[in-house]
Design a binder for this molecule. Structure first.
Ligand code: FE
Ligand code: FE
Length: 298
């Protein structure tokens, strides 16, 4: 009943084409991440066990992601999406658009994507976090509308990693990088690759996905730490495993503390916690309006 009410809030007067997409692979990846990182007491070796025991769906996801996320691919996508000429949408229309993604893997339990947004944001709000951080929680996954622009799932979700330099061992399913053409590029396989030591992540090309895309869309409207969180929230090798510090500068080290804080809310708020959506709506409407104009470029 709650969910039906919730949908009714998001079904706005929108004339966009309405698709019913399969969302099952994205959900499977998120479940995997949940299992891998929520078990914080686990040793690194156990993470490899998680990989060995992962479903075929998750393995196949990572196989494709690690095979096709090349320097060339990333540069091409940055050029294509960096122009922000795909659509003009309000934040609320983007939520609605995203909610057309249906998780077919679990029809009884499928929640709209925006439910995770609201749970993350409410968890931050309950802890008295600043308004900009609550907003960050609310919008952080909106970049997944890349799926609706026809991007394959391996180019939308998944943990992100730098391209153009050696792949750190901490990146999940590291062995699948053997099939990446960049693996044959000697320069790309050195520690620093095409980058300078300590150059700062802003000068590093990350694998393409919903983080980088939403960063482009939202960065001009948000405080710097909010934009940073959005850009690197899937960079698990760095924020959860401490890898790639040799590419970071002092700014990154300062900002990663925000990403780590945020990640707790992103991962741990996925529960069946009941939310009174109708009661919450005015708060989020005001919060979004505080930072964003009615319509933005996507
Ligand atoms: Fe995300
Ligand atoms: Fe999330």
């Amino acid at each position: 009943m709650k969910i039906i009410k919730y949908h009714s809030l998001f079904i706005l007067l929108i004339t966009n084409n309405f698709y019913a997409f399969s969302y099952s692979d994205l959900a499977a990846w998120e479940q995997f991440i949940q299992t891998r990182y929520v078990s914080q007491e686990k040793e690194k070796d156990d993470f490899r066990d998680f990989e060995n025991n992962a479903s075929q769906q998750v393995k196949e996801f990572y196989r494709l992601n690690h095979r096709y996320q090349t320097v060339n691919f990333v540069l091409k996508k940055k050029e294509e999406y960096g122009a922000l000429q795909k659509k003009r949408l309000s934040i609320w229309e983007a939520f609605h658009y995203l909610d057309t993604l249906v998780d077919e893997s679990d029809p009884d339990l499928s929640l709209p994507q925006s439910y995770h947004a609201l749970q993350t944001a409410e968890a931050l709000r309950n802890d008295g976090q600043p308004r900009w951080l609550i907003l960050t929680g609310f919008i952080h996954d909106l970049g997944k509308i890349l799926t609706l622009f026809g991007e394959p799932q391996w180019a939308v979700v998944g943990d992100t990693f730098p391209v153009g330099c050696a792949y750190a061992n901490a990146v999940a399913f590291h062995d699948y990088f053997n099939d990446n053409p960049d693996k044959q590029n000697d320069l790309y396989q050195t520690k620093y690759g095409i980058y300078k030591p300590g150059c700062g992540l802003r000068n590093v090309h990350m694998s393409w996905g919903h983080d980088e895309y939403l960063y482009y869309v939202a960065k001009n409207y948000l405080p710097a730490p909010a934009a940073y969180i959005i850009r690197y929230h899937s960079f698990y090798a760095a924020h959860s495993d401490g890898a790639y510090t040799y590419l970071m500068d002092d700014y990154d080290k300062e900002m990663l503390a925000w990403v780590r804080l945020f990640n707790k809310y992103d991962l741990y708020s996925k529960s069946s916690q009941q939310l009174d959506i109708q009661e919450l709506y005015p708060y989020y409407a005001a919060l979004v309006a505080e930072y964003f104009p009615d319509i933005i470029n996507w």
